[in-house]
Ligand binder design. Structure first.
Ligand code: CTP
Ligand code: MG
Length: 390
């Protein structure tokens, strides 16, 4: 059974009132869009994820999508939510999945269980939307605010996404709506109803609210802070000696020098210290335990692999990096001219904002082995946030 997911992110987020569209805003260091993409990419029953964006935001999108599996190349959305959904469906048409989940990227808190319910319900009913009972009393009012009617809320539901459909019927319904110049359906379930499909509901989630206003973002920050409230800090330290050569590698960046650092891998002293710091936050030993120097497969290895491994262990625990802070200790080379490039490269490798990577350098006033220019030392501190689990 092939299940595709369309993640809609082509809106302008006008009501949220930020500069850039709301889906690119971060919550706890991760963009709303990345959270939504990650949810589907990580779901074992979802086979492919189709993002729909405004191409003007392609670079923001690339950041949000970096390193995630199952993602198709983005397609350009339209001026309405409906046309954006159709663009996503058309791009999946050649592949022809059995089912499709259509989701607003502005709902980043949907759970894995909700996706399961969506898929299970669509498999039986062909069209399904998550629904919540309405708890407020709902009234109809006129333009002046005068109440004309109080509705029976027992029969009312508020409807969320992801909505799930058998693929071919919803594609046909969307094409028919577009051909009939209908382009203003608020969601795909409404369009499916119009097309005569039987739409059923399944249990939604109160936590799966749509980020619409600036106030919703404050609520989201609070939820995120509570969910990842186990804040941990750990350190890492490493030293490599100089030997003959013409460059060193620091934070994955090639730095020309009159000497090289000696080591089994690429001797990236900075990434080694950072990797150890991250491993420390989950009490996962040190780099030598995971990548023994005695193992020939790590000879000359690029140290970003070690960093990626530590980050994958952290991610496996649901953790996220809040800050990486490092200090290089050496007399030469001068670090300052390279600091910005190194900082940005570490941020890219770690998949975090450059504002969450700090790099400093100091000499040791010509004291000791570092002062004599015999090598470079690096100290690092990682601060991470983990879900409460133990
Ligand atoms: N969306 C889209 N294409 C559009 C309009 C909306 O892909 N032309 C997406 C949005 O990015 C969002 C989802 O549909 O993830 C739900 O729409 P909404 O919450 O209304 O987002 P915006 O339209 O971006 O916000 P606003 O209405 O406040 O401008
Ligand atoms: Mg809108």
């Amino acid at each position: 059974m092939k299940v595709a997911a369309i993640v809609l992110a082509a809106g302008s987020g006008f009501r949220a009132g930020f500069g850039a569209p709301k889906q690119f805003r971060t919550i706890g260091g991760e963009s709303v869009l990345r959270r939504s993409l990650r949810l589907f990419a990580a779901h074992p029953r979802v086979t492919t994820v189709q993002p729909v964006i405004d191409p003007a935001h392609a670079s923001h999108f690339a950041e949000a999508a970096a390193g995630l599996p199952k993602l198709q190349k983005f397609v350009a959305g339209g001026t309405t939510r409906q046309s954006s959904a159709l663009a996503g469906l058309e791009s999946l048409a050649p592949e022809g999945p059995d089912f499709v989940l259509i989701h607003d990227s502005a709902r980043p808190f949907a759970s894995t269980a909700l996706l399961d319910r969506a898929i299970d319900t669509a498999a039986v009913h062909a069209a399904a939307a998550p629904a919540l009972p309405v708890t407020d009393t709902i009234k109809r009012v006129d333009q002046t605010g005068r109440v004309s009617e109080t509705l029976d809320r027992s029969a009312l539901r508020s409807i969320q996404t992801p909505q799930a459909f058998a693929f071919l019927p919803i594609l046909a319904a969307h094409r028919r709506a577009a051909a009939s110049s209908r382009n203003d359906f608020p969601d795909d379930a409404a369009l499916a109803e119009w097309a005569g499909m039987n739409v059923t509901t399944f249990e939604g989630e109160a936590g799966n609210f749509k980020l619409t206003t600036a106030e919703d973002f404050l609520r989201a920050q609070t939820i995120d802070a509570q969910a990842l409230g186990d804040i941990r800090t750990a350190n890492g330290f490493d030293v490599h000696a100089f030997g003959p050569g013409d460059h060193i590698v620091l934070g994955g960046v090639h730095v020309a020098h009159t000497r090289a650092l000696v080591g089994h891998s690429d001797a990236d002293v900075l990434l080694h210290a950072i990797t150890d710091a991250i491993l420390g936050t989950i009490a996962a030993g040190d780099i030598g335990q995971h990548f023994p120097p005695s193992d020939p497969q790590w000879r000359g290895a690029s140290s970003d692999r070690f960093l990626a491994y530590a980050i994958s262990l952290l991610a496996g625990r649901g953790g996220r990096i809040a800050l990486l802070d490092a200090t290089l200790l050496c007399e030469a080379p001068k670090i300052a001219p390279h600091a910005e490039a190194i900082r940005r490269n570490i941020a890219a490798l770690a998949g975090i904002d450059a504002g969450r990577v700090s790099l400093k350098a100091t000499t040791t006033e010509q004291l000791g082995f570092l002062g004599r220019g015999e090598g470079i030392a690096a100290m690092a501190t990682a601060t991470v946030r983990l879900p409460w689990s133990e």
